[in-house]
Ligand binder design. Structure first.
Ligand code: BG6
Length: 486
């Protein structure tokens, strides 16, 4: 079935997201022949510029950030579908020329009457823009659809998220609101449910009887770049934990859905999110580490005495019968030694009579006999299973071995960027890879409660060196439990 085209309107068309992610995704789709022919794009910004200037700027970003190689001929055909409109969209008086411009674009590209509004700008602008769209009859029409994509952060806390949701719900029907968590468009996140439910050997072991603990890491080597104004207001908890980390946790730990449809999957994720809590403190040993990299306060647009965390590590519990007693350790941070995202499942060690002498009742503890299942989200997607074998020629020496599945090596195709899939999903009207309002609400309830816990413990944070593995306290949190970060 062919994908219905639309006129995509990017509010924030000159911003970082449009340049780094959206334009490269659209270019890739075009190269792969997956962009509908009746697609057009209107970038909105405040500065005056011509279509050709805007196209040139996007071309420069695409050749820098796209995973595909530059193809001038292909670009020239795509460029014709790209337009620019200047205006400050907070103000109602700017909407008539804007409306005329996007309608003209839609007619030029085939007149399908479908409009996709993409909010790729500062969150405080979401509300005035949505309200103005409604005021100018741009949220419904005689033909075609009107859909809105909302970038995270969806609010800054529970109450602002609720307010934003109320505004959007007054303007668009729920089925036309697409709340983005771009991690849900990553290939390996989509793969989690398949790995779990399409393999008899995993799902029966996916519980407290066999799993010792789970680690979810999203580490980044970059700092905050030019995003100080945004980042200093949110920090690692709101930027990464509330959305990406919790979505990974939900997919990894949710109950099997009865059907593979969006509502059923989102309902199971929601149930899981509602069961997540910070692991209770043991003898005032904190299970919540906030860190900040050395030099962060000197970054552009960051407050001189900023208390914003650039790293967090925490130990969570999932209070349901599947996961009772199994710790989930999560960490994320900027300016760390490496850039990687992965989920590691450590299984319980096997009973090890074999390595002792049962007749003498000697039974060696072999907690070093570990099975690990690693779901590698990026940079190289894959699945690694670590198991134990006898070292050749040694009598009793057991050593770890790995089965390593590399997804791009096996399929020899470029993994589509998350935004490519998400844009096609919206054009197709498929909500599966988008967060429901209930999931977002539940994630904010948890995030707010963790912040208040942090404030109760005096809100301290640990400084770590740029390029390190993060604060030592994060390593200590696991060492205390006889474990370490993988
Ligand atoms: C974004 C965060 O949502 O995700 C950024 O705002 C972060 O701070 C980015 O760098 C990470 O995304 P990815 O796809 O590079 O892992």
């Amino acid at each position: 079935m062919s994908v219905p085209g639309c006129t995509m309107v990017i509010f924030g068309g000159t911003g970082d997201l449009a340049h780094r992610k959206l334009a490269p995704a659209i270019y890739n789709l075009h190269l792969e022949g997956r962009l509908p022919s009746d697609f057009s794009l209107v970038g909105i910004g405040r500065k005056q510029k011509s279509d050709s200037q805007y196209r040139q700027e996007l071309a420069a970003s695409i050749s820098k950030y796209s995973s595909s190689t530059w193809d001038e001929k292909q670009w020239q055909t795509l460029a014709l579908k790209i337009h620019y409109h200047a205006g400050d969209m907070r103000y109602a008086e700017n909407y008539l020329p804007f409306k005329n411009a996007v309608e003209a674009c839609n007619i030029e590209s085939g007149g399908n009457g479908n409009y996709l509004y993409y909010m790729a700008l500062a969150p405080h602008l979401f509300t005035p823009i949505a309200e103005n769209l409604k005021l100018h009859n741009m949220t419904a029409g005689e033909s075609g659809w009107r859909r809105i994509m909302i970038e995270k952060p969806f609010g800054y806390d529970l109450s602002s998220a609720r307010k934003l949701n109320n505004t959007l719900s007054a303007v668009f029907d729920e089925e036309n609101i697409y709340r983005i968590d771009h991690y849900l468009g990553k290939e390996m996140l989509q793969n989690i449910l398949v790995i779990r439910f399409a393999n008899t050997i995993f799902e029966p072991l996916w519980n407290k009887r066999f799993i010792d603990h789970v680690q979810i890491s999203a580490r980044e080597s970059d700092g905050i770049g030019d995003r100080g104004r945004y980042y200093d207001r949110v920090g690692a908890m709101r930027d990464m934990f509330q959305s990406h980390l919790l979505q990974m946790l939900a997919l990894m730990a949710m109950e099997p859905p009865l059907k593979a449809d969006p509502d059923t999957i989102r309902t199971e994720k929601l149930k899981l999110l509602n069961a997540v809590h910070l692991w209770p403190e043991e003898e005032s040993k904190s299970n919540l580490i906030f860190g900040q990299y050395y030099g962060y306060m000197q970054e552009k647009d960051v407050a001189a005495y900023s208390q914003t965390e650039t790293y967090i590590a925490l130990k969570l519990a999932v209070n349901n019968s599947r996961w009772q007693g199994v710790p989930f350790y999560l960490q994320t941070g900027k300016k760390l030694e490496d850039k990687l995202v992965k989920i590691v499942i450590q299984f319980k060690s096997p009973p090890s009579f074999y390595f002792g002498d049962p007749l003498e009742g000697v039974y060696k503890e072999r907690s070093d006999l570990i099975n690990l299942l690693t779901l590698k989200v990026q940079p190289r997607e894959g699945v690694v299973f670590q198991f134990n074998i006898k070292k050749p020629a040694a009598i009793e020496e057991v050593v770890p071995a790995e089965m390593d599945f590399c997804q791009p090596c096996a399929f020899m195709i470029n993994t589509p960027e998350a935004y490519e899939l998400l844009l096609l999903d919206v054009m197709n009207g498929d909500q599966t890879r988008f967060s429901s309002w209930n999931e977002i609400e539940s994630s904010w309830i948890l995030t707010d409660s963790i912040y208040s816990q942090h404030r109760k413990s005096l809100g301290n944070f640990d400084i770590y060196e740029a390029g390190s593995m993060g604060p030592e306290s994060a390593a200590d949190m696991l060492i205390r439990d006889g474990r370490h970060w993988w």
